[in-house]
Write a protein that binds this ligand. Sequence first.
Ligand SMILES: [Zn+2]
Length: 107
Amino acid sequence: MNCKQAQRLLVPYINGELDEKEEGEFVKHIRHCPECYEELEVYATVFAGIRQLDGAEETVNYRTLVEDSLETSEADVQDERFLYTYVLFLRAAAIMALIYMIVRWLF
Ligand SMILES: [Zn+2]
């Protein structure tokens, strides 16, 4: 896969629209190409921001956004996906607890 092909797949990748083969080749390219990696970082950040504005309840760590995503793609799917969901759930629970404490403190 060359840069031109990889850049065409940036948005589909972020939206999870690539099939397994495409995703594998895309991630392999990104790992070896700093320019495309940077491009992915920009797109991933923008898209995550949009999802948040839409009211998605996921928490986003912008610093590790691309790494998290690439690692998820590279990992053996089932276990890692479960772990990823579990971590998201824990983060959400922590945020709810924090909000609860703030509300209690304010009122
Ligand atoms: Zn490239």
